[in-house]
Design a protein around this ligand. Structure first.
Ligand code: NPW
Ligand code: K
Length: 514
């Protein structure tokens, strides 16, 4: 699913009005009806006191139109308008006028702190103060209003965006932003919903298809893509009936050291679990027993070093190298790393200590095959691209690095973002339980596995990140976030592939019964 900028959404709005030959108010009415339907489904006519806070732009217009529908359906609605300027949008004014048709209670105008209404925890708040038209930090009494709304316990639903939040630009840390419990956002999610500084403000969110001009949407170059279940389904390559293990590639892991053989086991195990035809683990001599007794499916080749990998003699032609988990950064391991990377001519996966070595020896970067995939967490990323001020500069710097070095970066986080040149692919799966030791080793093994199975590098990266998160989500239904560990995530890879193609009824059956 495309993630568009605020500016693109405004253009899509205009294009829709022109092509569908409707007025902008017709579009607002469509939007308000769709939101109302969803609210009505959940509230089901409940006599909950609803307080709707409206700005004076089109977001406020949406709020007024939603208020009209709710009043018409018997809800107890009180409308407040933030009277901060005389510059009201035409569609705000139309809907400000139309509310007269359904109630004698004129909206209350708010102009200062003293005007703020009392709010009880039982109230249901709808935030329609600012949407995508916000263009500067909210200040003065309007900022106080947002802070006030954040301080009350009532449930808050944001219309299109939590007020005060920018769709795709950086904030200062003290900006006033509404903390919503749920957000109904229109047509596409906004990039800020997925970034660590701002992602929490939406609460849960759902995207409402408001029928914007499909031609515009099709042609628009997205600022990022959200990798949804549907996107992942399209990436999946089913297996041929008449195929054999040689058709599904060979992964060569270069991982592990004394005390960190677990990283190698997790990485190689995930490569097998994700479907690689064969996996060979290149390991320090002392790790052989651990690897062979942990993973009977995996072959091993020993380095000369007993505790660390100290040398590299390529044991397999045409394997996909997955290098770095648990190898340490000792001098002789760095030399073996340099040799291994240099000998590859097709894309490889570099993770963990492999990235640390690259950061320490940037001269090695030129030896990485084009379209290789690096999977840094933020600590490792900083060593590669330097510090950043905010998530947007982090992405810009990652794009520069990706373009300059012809590599794909998988920026691990709550919403892992795969960066390939100017392309940014935001993952939609995963949960905080996956912040656990070895989770990254599993991810690098999965990516190498799909590379070996013939997926192109960008698809292998984005698809693996999706499945890794989906495996964690499935596993957490049985183990809770706290009980998740890397080997469990790995064991759920197959289930996450099955779940990609389950229909909703089958999905319910697959849930653990309470
Ligand atoms: N996209 C779509 O397809 C559709 C979009 N729709 C809806 O339209 C919304 C976008 O509407 P919008 O453009 O009128 O902007 P909105 O968010 O209401 O705010 C603008 C007002 O706020 C003001 N203002 C800005 N910053 C401020 C600040 N810090 N502090 C104080 N004031 C500030 C600004 O004033 P100015 O900058 O001119 O002083 C202006 O008056 C969108 O989110 C969605 O809800 C649907 O109805 C139909 C389909
Ligand atoms: K809003």
């Amino acid at each position: 699913m495309k993630i568009l900028s605020a500016q693109q959404l405004a253009e899509a709005d205009l294009s829709t009005i022109n092509k569908q030959q409707i007025s902008s108010n017709d579009l607002m009415e469509r939007v308000a009806t769709l939101v109302f339907e969803r609210l009505h489904q959940r509230l089901n006519g409940s006599p909950v006191p609803v307080k709707i806070f409206c700005g004076i732009g089109n977001n406020g217009g949406d709020g007024l139109a939603i208020a009209r529908h709710m009043i018409q359906h018997g809800y107890h609605v009180k409308v407040y308008v933030t009277n901060c300027s005389k510059k009201r949008s035409p569609d705000f004014l139309v809907n400000y006028d139309r509310i007269k048709d359904v109630t004698n209670e004129w909206p209350v105008l708010l102009s200062c702190k003293e005007d703020f209404p009392e709010i009880t925890p039982q109230d249901f708040i709808i935030d329609a103060i600012f949407g995508t038209g916000i263009n500067r930090p909210v200040d003065g009494w309007m900022a106080d209003l947002i802070v006030y709304l954040n301080s009350v316990k009532a449930f808050k639903v944001a219309i299109d965006m939590p007020s005060g939040l920018y769709a795709n630009t950086a904030h200062k840390t003290d900006d006033a932003i509404l903390q919503a419990d749920h957000t109904f956002t229109f047509q596409t999610p906004k990039l800020s919903f997925f970034l660590p500084e701002t992602g929490q403000y939406t609460g849960t969110f759902e995207v409402i298809n408001i029928g914007l001009d499909p031609e515009y949407l099709m042609a628009a170059a997205p600022i990022a893509q959200l990798i949804t279940r549907e996107a992942a389904q399209n990436m999946y390559q089913p297996r041929e009936k008449f195929s054999y293990k040689g058709d599904y590639g060979h992964v060569l892991t270069f991982a592990g050291s004394k005390g960190k053989m677990g990283a190698a086991v997790l990485c190689a195990g995930a490569a097998i679990n994700a479907g690689a035809g064969k996996v060979t683990a290149y390991i320090p001599e002392d790790g052989n027993f651990i690897m062979q007794s942990s993973l009977p499916e995996v072959m091993t080749v020993e380095s000369e070093g007993e505790e660390y990998i100290t040398d590299f003699k390529n044991p397999i032609e045409n394997a996909v190298l997955c290098i770095g988990p648990g190898i340490g950064v000792k001098k002789y391991t760095c030399s073996a790393f340099a040799k291994a990377v240099k000998e590859q001519s097709t894309p490889i996966v570099i993770d963990a200590d492999g990235i640390q070595i690259l950061a320490k020896h940037p001269e090695l970067i030129k030896d990485i095959p084009k379209d290789s995939i690096l999977t840094p967490h933020d600590g490792e990323l900083k060593k590669l691209i330097g510090e950043w001020d905010n998530s947007y500069t982090r992405l810009e710097k990652a794009q520069e690095f990706s373009k300059k070095n012809n590599v794909i970066l998988v920026l691990k986080g709550a919403h892992t973002i795969t960066v390939a040149g100017s392309g940014q692919y935001v993952n939609s799966t995963g949960n905080p339980g996956m912040a656990t030791a070895g989770s990254g080793d599993v991810l690098s093994g999965i990516i190498a596995s799909f590379l070996a199975q013939g997926y192109d590098p960008l698809t292998a990266a984005a698809f693996s990140v999706y499945l890794h998160g989906a495996s964690g989500d499935l596993a957490s239904q049985t183990y809770a976030h706290e009980g998740l560990k890397a080997s469990i995530i790995s064991n759920f890879i197959g289930s996450s592939i099955l779940q990609l193609f389950r229909n909703p009824a089958q999905e319910q059956q697959a849930q653990p019964q309470s």
